[in-house]
Design a protein around this ligand. Structure first.
Ligand code: SF4
Ligand code: SF4
Length: 186
């Protein structure tokens, strides 16, 4: 069996390690996955990644991830579709764009993780907590309950949050895939 070796592990991790001695089964790699992501608007510079790990160094939560950002990008380039789309990390991303802003090769790391989430969702691989959030958005039009009027008054704020239209948010979401994600019709 031909094997290639993934990136060296970084120091802190919480799950199964990705080490220099973990072999990858080449027969399970899917090169179409890499091409699929490369063909998307965010994938133009994907192949330019030279594994410098700057994205991981910039990521505020990478030390809690089993697969670090640079490793996920490498896994995508190798065609490790199953591992990437079933990983928790793509859903844990804070979308802070620190990685993407600092990538010297202009790889759109954050946006590529978004694309991975969309592909995972198409396969029905969405963490229950994300589905719960989608339901919350659909039914309430917001994720966080705005403080009661008297509390806002005490703080010297207007009774209503300026510009917040819960009904408009709900109406917009009715026409998106969020409804299907939450278990309703698209
Ligand atoms: S910073 Fe950019 S080039 Fe460096 S490993 Fe991350 S994605 Fe690749
Ligand atoms: S966007 Fe996601 S992967 Fe990139 S630095 Fe922020 S949390 Fe980490």
């Amino acid at each position: 069996m031909l094997v290639v070796y993934p990136m060296a592990e970084t120091e802190e991790k919480t799950g199964p390690p990705v080490t220099l001695i973990d072999p990858i089964d080449m027969s399970k790699l899917d090169s179409k996955f890499r091409e699929e992501l490369k063909s998307m608007p965010n994938g133009e510079e994907l192949s330019a990644c030279f594994a410098c790990s700057t994205c991981t160094a910039a990521c505020p939560i990478a030390n809690m991830w089993t697969y670090k950002p640079h490793q996920l990008i490498r896994m995508i380039l190798l065609g490790m579709k199953e591992e990437v789309l079933s990983s928790n990390e793509i859903w844990l991303c804070l979308t802070c764009y620190q990685c993407q802003e600092r990538c010297p090769q202009k790889v759109r790391v954050t946006d590529i993780f978004f694309d991975c989430k969309n592909l995972a969702a198409e396969q029905g691989r969405v963490p229950p907590k994300v589905i719960a959030l989608a339901k919350e958005l659909l039914t309430k039009g917001q994720l966080y309950t705005v403080t009661a009027d008297w509390e806002r008054e005490d703080m010297g704020l207007e009774p209503e949050v300026p510009g917040l239209s819960v009904d408009a948010v709900k109406s917009i979401l009715e026409g998106t895939r969020t409804k299907r994600l939450a278990g309703g019709d698209e």
